[in-house]
Design a protein around this ligand. Structure first.
Ligand code: AMP
Length: 118
């Protein structure tokens, strides 16, 4: 990806240059606890490697990756015990959504009653 910054915080987490509390990993994705949680359980799920910077960069070629990302999120939610009471998956894109890290990521939020989406 042309404007991918390999010094972004998630790239550093992937390279183990900064620590993270990993809760899941497979060949394509890792998930770790958010450092500034917005819910009792807040995990960030990211693709390995040079990911799209955000939703804006997605193309048809990302269809399978996005599907797998979503399925991995459901697996993680189940493993974290969120399935019964529910959870929310969030992808922030751009300044109005408050995106701060430009490596595609999905937030998994749960563990307590969440506020309204908007
Ligand atoms: P976003 O606002 O959608 O770009 O989400 C980026 C998320 O990454 C925020 O919820 C941050 O709290 C989280 N974050 C930033 N740095 C770290 C870190 N070193 N370890 C874990 N989560 C982080």
């Amino acid at each position: 990806m042309s404007d991918y910054d390999s010094e972004n915080v998630f790239a550093k987490i992937l390279r183990d240059e900064i620590p993270s509390l990993r809760v899941y990993e497979d060949d394509e994705f890792i998930a770790f606890r958010d450092i500034d949680p917005s819910a009792p359980t807040h995990v960030v799920l990211i693709p390995r490697g040079e990911a799209p910077t955000g939703l804006d960069q997605l193309t048809e070629s990302d269809t399978t990756m996005l599907g797998k990302l979503t399925i991995a999120a459901t697996k993680i939610a189940r493993e974290l015990g969120l399935e019964t009471d529910g959870y929310r998956l969030v992808l922030n894109n751009g300044p109005d959504a408050g995106q701060t890290v430009f490596h595609l990521h999905m937030h998994i939020l749960g563990g307590g009653r969440l506020g309204p989406v908007a």
